[in-house]
Design a binder for this molecule. Structure first.
Ligand code: HPA
Length: 240
């Protein structure tokens, strides 16, 4: 069973024939929102709005553990996380869709493991995204003629503020191609529970210091409006 976790710009899954809106409780608390169950393009799928239905949760206050635990309790085995990100690599500018293959985690203070005393998990995370699911995304992109970057390093920052220009220079030196605030700990939590996980990142701005002028929410919104349609087409094709 597949679930889609939607980020900024994707708080609802257009085209989802809603069958149920499930209120969940987990040992870690409540997920970001009710989990929507329905059919997309004729296939069953769950949808969860990462920041809540009203986009009220900041990246560091999302209850990632509750989200992943709840999805697994519902029988989900594959998750596609959708994120809006900034572009660091010059070839990953606004409106580009990236299916990253690596992550560097700069977040701190988040509940980032299901490990606990007596249940220590040292999950292998060499390849943080599931290759099989990434390949399904490439095939879907091909089918609906949506062009995507098939690799990239996602730098996960703490937020909610955007970065300084110097921080972006450092991220670039580290090897990051894109920067966002929510890839972690989502990816590792899915791995700890043996769930497949891949990410679709829509670049909505050039990262700090990489374009003239400042980053404005108006500009980001314009790119979200222009680009999310292609992300939706990709998601519809991947479930089919
Ligand atoms: N930095 C971090 N997160 C983001 C950005 C950014 O520039 N744009 C969208 N999410």
């Amino acid at each position: 069973m597949l679930a889609i976790i939607g980020g900024t710009g994707l708080t609802a899954l257009e085209g989802l024939t809603l069958q149920d809106s499930i209120v969940m409780e987990t040992p870690y608390g409540v997920p970001s929102a009710n989990i929507e169950k329905g059919e997309l393009n004729g296939s069953p799928v769950f949808f969860l709005a990462r920041h809540g239905k009203a986009h009220s949760l900041t990246p560091h206050s999302v209850n990632y553990r509750a989200n992943i635990w709840a999805l697994q309790s519902l029988g989900v085995t594959r998750i596609i996380g959708v994120n809006a990100v900034g572009g660091i690599n010059a070839s990953m500018g606004p409106e580009v869709i990236v299916i990253p293959d690596q992550i560097i985690d700069y977040t701190w203070g988040r509940q980032s493991s299901f490990s606990e005393e007596g249940r220590v998990i040292h999950a292998d995370f060499t390849y943080p995204y599931t290759e099989e699911l990434r390949r399904q995304l490439f095939a879907a992109a091909n089918k609906v003629s949506v062009s995507v970057c098939d690799s990239g390093v996602y730098g996960a920052t703490q937020g909610p503020r955007l970065e300084t220009a110097a921080e972006i220079n450092r991220l670039e030196k580290d090897g990051c191609d894109i920067v966002g605030m929510t890839a972690m700990p989502e990816a590792i939590l899915a791995r700890e529970l043996d769930m497949q996980y891949a990410n679709v990142s829509l670049v909505v701005n050039m990262a700090a210091g990489r374009s003239e002028g400042l980053i404005t929410m108006d500009d980001i919104q314009r790119v979200l409006d222009a680009g999310m349609g292609r992300v939706r087409a990709l998601l519809s094709a991947v479930v089919a």
